[in-house]
Write a protein that binds this ligand. Structure first.
Ligand SMILES: NC(=O)c1ccc[n+]([C@@H]2O[C@H](COP(=O)([O-])OP(=O)(O)OC[C@H]3O[C@@H](n4cnc5c(N)ncnc54)[C@H](OP(=O)(O)O)[C@@H]3O)[C@@H](O)[C@H]2O)c1
Length: 257
């Protein structure tokens, strides 16, 4: 028996990294999954693997969380059996580039703000009414160490993650009279496709981010998401801030070799 048998868990950005690892961890515990991201072929393969390996149900669909009409349409057309969402993992997010403000790429700024902040808001806006109606649920937002500390050239990405932390606190206030939990998971360096996306596919540059340290893995983070999701009803994990042992802050990292 899994800890989350028959629960419904909705994970955004499930085609890679932390979101994908969350899908596997939650399925292992018996949860039925709602998964979305833009790369539908990857989602299809993941859904097949998960159904075969864990015998849970998976409902998946292509979604760009930046498209508010698409978010609204997708969530409002969930089949009835999928509407009782127990846990929402707002994970879809990205960084684009590293640059000083006076030299910044406005399209990259918009992509980060539209995905990490507005996308998270659109999805939460559609899902929260289901939770409020049932007076139960758990929203888990993937924040970042970058939501606590700004690092050089990280201006807009850090701002989006500060916003995620503020939004989590806001939802906590808003829903304090409901039996709805809100958690922020704030990781430091995690080796996923994150840096490849940040550097527009430059694998060499992406690799350097994790050079000489043992970074966190996507599974390290999904294990913590699962931990937060499986506490007793009266326990709300507000936040977990986690870094590799070799990282003390966004700028202090000890590298070997
Ligand atoms: N890696 C780190 O060091 C680190 C540290 C702290 C926080 N985080 C946060 O962790 C979260 C997951 O990142 P990751 O490290 O797992 O990176 P990743 O491997 O690049 O995965 C990102 C996921 O987000 C999805 N996504 C991106 N834009 C989307 C959009 N517009 N609509 C729907 N889905 C979208 C991607 O799917 P598609 O491309 O298929 O849409 C992918 O599944 C992000 O919020 C990130 O900011 C990462």
């Amino acid at each position: 028996m899994g800890m989350l048998n028959n629960k419904i868990v909705f994970i955004t950005g499930a085609t890679a990294g932390i979101g994908r690892a969350c899908a596997v961890d939650f399925a292992r515990e018996g949860a039925n999954l709602i998964l979305c991201a833009r790369r539908i072929e990857r989602l299809k393969k993941l859904a097949e693997t998960i159904k075969k390996d864990f015998g849970v149900k998976v409902y998946f669909f292509q979604l760009d969380v930046r498209d508010k009409n698409a978010v609204k349409k997708a969530v409002s057309s969930f089949p009835d059996e999928w509407k009782n969402i127990d846990i929402l993992v707002n994970n879809a997010g990205l960084a684009k580039g590293l640059s000083k403000m006076d030299n910044g790429d406005i399209d990259a700024w918009e992509e980060m703000i539209d995905t990490n902040v507005k996308g998270l808001l659109y999805v939460s806006r559609e899902v929260l009414p289901f939770m409020v109606k049932r007076n139960q649920g758990h929203v888990i937002n993937i924040g970042s160490l970058a939501g606590h500390e700004v690092y050089p050239n990280g201006n807009v990405y850090c701002a989006t993650k500060f916003a995620v932390h503020a939004i989590s606190k806001g939802i906590r206030f808003d829903l304090l009279d409901k039996k709805i939990k809100v958690t922020t998971i704030a990781p430091g360096l995690v080796e996923t496709e994150f840096s490849e996306v940040r550097f527009s596919g430059d694998k060499e540059r992406a690799k350097k981010v994790y050079e000489g340290i043992q970074p966190l893995t996507a599974e390290d983070i999904s294990n913590l998401v699962l931990f937060a999701a499986t506490r007793p009803q009266h326990v709300n994990i507000n936040e977990i801030l986690v870094t590799p042992t070799a990282q003390a802050s966004t700028t202090q990292v000890i590298r070997e070799g």
